[in-house]
Design a protein around this ligand. Sequence first.
Ligand code: SF4
Length: 475
Amino acid sequence: MLPFDKFREECGVVAIYAHPEAEKLAYLGLHALQHRGQESAGIVSSNGLTLQLHRSMGLVADIFTEEVLAKLHGTLAIGHTRYSTAGDSALFNAQPITVQSNKGMIALAHNGNLVNAAEIRGRLEAQGSIFQTNSDTEVIVHLIALSKEHTLPEAIADALRRVEGAFSLVILSIDRIFAVRDPRGFRPLAMGRIPREEGLKPDTIVFASETSAFDLIGATYEREVKPGELVVVGPEGISSRFFAAAQPQSSCIFEHVYFSRPDSIVFGRQVQESREELGRQLAREAPVEADIVVPVPDSGVTAAVGYADQSGIPFRFGLIRNHYVGRTFIEPQQSVRDFGVKLKLNPVRSLLEGKRVVLIDDSIVRGTTSRKIVRMIRGAGATEVHMRISCPPTISPCFYGVDTPSKKQLIAANKTVEEIREYIGADSLAYLSLEGMKKACGEDEKTTYCTACYTGSYPTNWVDLEEIQPAINKS
Ligand code: SF4
């Protein structure tokens, strides 16, 4: 996936219960979830007496040095890696958030986005609550602290019944871990286990946004936390309850199309399976006479494998990605055309020269990058470039924890497919159908999906109308 002209991922969360080095497992888990957010990361651990917190801006491997981890030593821990989807990108908005309440000290890490946070915040502030961040997540912390319920699980359930939107949460108290998914199950949260060593303590129970985090710490996948479920892990064992009435499930299909790692199980389904099938379905729906299938790395790779497999057209790495590009690069004074894209991608002329190319990617956001890539492939000698996208046109922003541009900036909200083809300079352009995407991701087998960014039909109320207005000038 290219870090430009792309949708940005939301957050990743991890939780560890009962392990002598819980902070280190949380750190490793976050490392495996780094693709879900690269702006800040934090870990809170419990040593049975108190909670210890460290949060910082930056990447997991840079933040958590040996010295930092030594100060976080504990047997329970939660962690969070963040790209900001609500609230400014600043250290004070980094998570986990900790609070001292009348139910004891708690820490909370959130993946998702609340759609009624502003309204609740306004009400709480009018009643005298003082907020320390401008992140939507702090609303949950205040609601837990203010709840009239007497026990922490009851207070958490009470708070969660008042919020609306997407939330996969892990919460830490001195001696318990709580794991929660919102009643529609927007964002993923999986539960796993590291079996106890013989004669020793209870099994280690772990939670993570994606199971790629389990593989690194030797945990086995057990199940998803279900939509609307609150799982409590404590000295008495594991208990589960549903804190709210069931809602129609609307798990984010973007997780399978785009965000999650192909080696993860998300919503109970292997992402690799969905992503290859998206490519196969695309080849069935939008075939083309061509010599090679080329992915836009890394985002288009798995779908391109599926497209090549179904169409019988050979797969080739015709674009090579430079993985070592930092945030800022000094451009020569004589500006180089398409410099930003060239820094990250380079065409393999010997593969592309004289070829009819099917170019596969997982999205077109503003269209500017796709246009440069098409130009680059033609510049390397390709005779035709046929662009294929492994999902439908993205026409509406997300309010559930994915950073999408407003409708004004989404090219597919403002141009027809033919106009986009013309803009990016491809010989042909086709997107996967909505039905094809759902089928490829196993809709109805176990999961029903949110597809609002492709349809504009949102599963909740409370959307920001300003954001979903299309651009006035269709140019
Ligand atoms: S609007 Fe799109 S990105 Fe957001 S939750 Fe729904 S499918 Fe996922």
